[in-house]
Ligand binder design. Structure first.
Ligand code: ZN
Ligand code: ZN
Length: 342
């Protein structure tokens, strides 16, 4: 007799993905007694759970963003590869390469292994551990960029475009919209890799998470606040400099303090020219923390699962491509996971 099919022990409930023999939820959308959390983005790491199991980095991010009181009444840090028994299920985490501390969740019960990817990417990122493919019977994958049109360019090429623009417009300030967790720090690390050794200026909303990354050993070089000058005057000293701010701030009143800003936005969605235009972005940077179409397919091939379940994103195209490769595919249609931070 073979292992019970994972369909019989993992189910989608209103509060999220539920593992029955383990008595826990994975990335639950509502407060639950026991949650395994893949990473710190707010759509996956929600407040108010009883016990939370995650990497130490994710727990620290949750405490920083949600406050100690809401980040889980009881917290258990789990290192990558360290197994724990939850009910009848063996659970362990593997790096997902998405943001600091991000993890895939491996669940083993009665001879079957299911791996929940969370959000992930496959390109090198100096701010987090690289994605490790784990062989499994069912691979539960995201599909944020699950359309053939999405091919992310080399991130250093995008950084090259930015540095070229900085060189061409020395009297202007470059302000880059980047999500506060992951994208901002990766952008800074990529700029350092490309040789930009001047101070990088930060919107106040990015400071705490940058500090957290530095405390966890990620070198970001010299960071300075991009606060308003005397009596809210424009910051002339920011001419020729690079400022990083949350996406919501770049086209906002906040950016008016910057000298003749070149508005940039770092996101996988910048592949879609219309989106850049809508947001008033002069210099779109296609830098994403999610797998593109090629990475999704390569990952499905590498994990070798005979079956994939797709949590959120463009399910249809990925399901179709998987089926054409002889892999069974099923859309879980989990609602509540957002396109943020992509
Ligand atoms: Zn995420
Ligand atoms: Zn997500």
């Amino acid at each position: 007799m073979g292992a019970p099919h994972p369909e019989t022990w993992l189910e989608v409930r209103p509060e999220g993905l539920w593992c029955r023999p383990g008595g826990f939820h994975v990335d639950p959308l509502r407060p639950v007694p026991l949650a395994v959390v893949s990473h710190g983005h707010s759509d996956h790491a929600r407040p108010g759970h009883g016990r939370v199991l995650a990497t130490a980095e994710t727990l620290a991010i949750m405490a920083a963003r949600l406050g100690e009181g809401a980040a889980g009444a009881e917290r258990h840090a789990l290192g990558y590869g360290e197994a724990v028994q939850l009910g009848e299920v063996t659970v362990w985490l593997a790096p997902a390469g998405h943001v600091l501390g991000s993890a895939q969740v491996a669940m083993e019960w009665r001879g079957a292994r299911v791996v929940y990817s969370g959000d992930y990417k496959r390109v090198a990122d100096p701010t987090c551990a690289p994605f490790t493919p784990v062989a499994c019977d069912v691979f539960i994958t995201e599909a944020t960029f699950g359309l053939p049109v999405f091919r992310h360019p080399d991130p250093l090429e995008e950084i090259g475009k930015l540095l070229h623009s900085v060189a061409v417009f020395p009297e202007r300030c470059h302000v880059i919209g980047a999500y506060a967790l992951g994208k901002a720090q990766r952008l800074i690390a990529l700029l350092r890799q490309a040789g930009w050794d001047r101070p990088i200026y930060l919107h106040g909303a990015l400071q705490a998470l940058c500090d957290l990354y530095v405390r966890h050993g990620v070198d970001l070089g010299e960071l300075r606040p991009a606060t308003a000058g005397e009596k809210g005057q424009a910051r002339k000293d920011l001419m020729g400099q690079i400022v990083i701010a949350p996406p919501g701030a770049i086209a906002d009143r906040w950016a008016r303090r910057l000298p003749d800003p070149v508005v940039c936005l770092a996101s996988g969605w910048m592949r879609v020219k219309q989106r850049a235009k809508q947001r008033g972005v002069e210099l779109p940077l296609v830098i994403s923390d999610h797998a593109d179409w090629g990475e999704l397919l390569a990952t499905v091939d590498e994990v070798g699962a005979p079956e994939i379940w797709i949590t959120h994103g463009r399910e249809e195209a990925l399901a179709h491509a998987a089926t054409a490769r002889g892999v069974r595919a099923r859309a879980l249609a989990l609602v509540g996971y957002e396109e943020e931070a992509s």
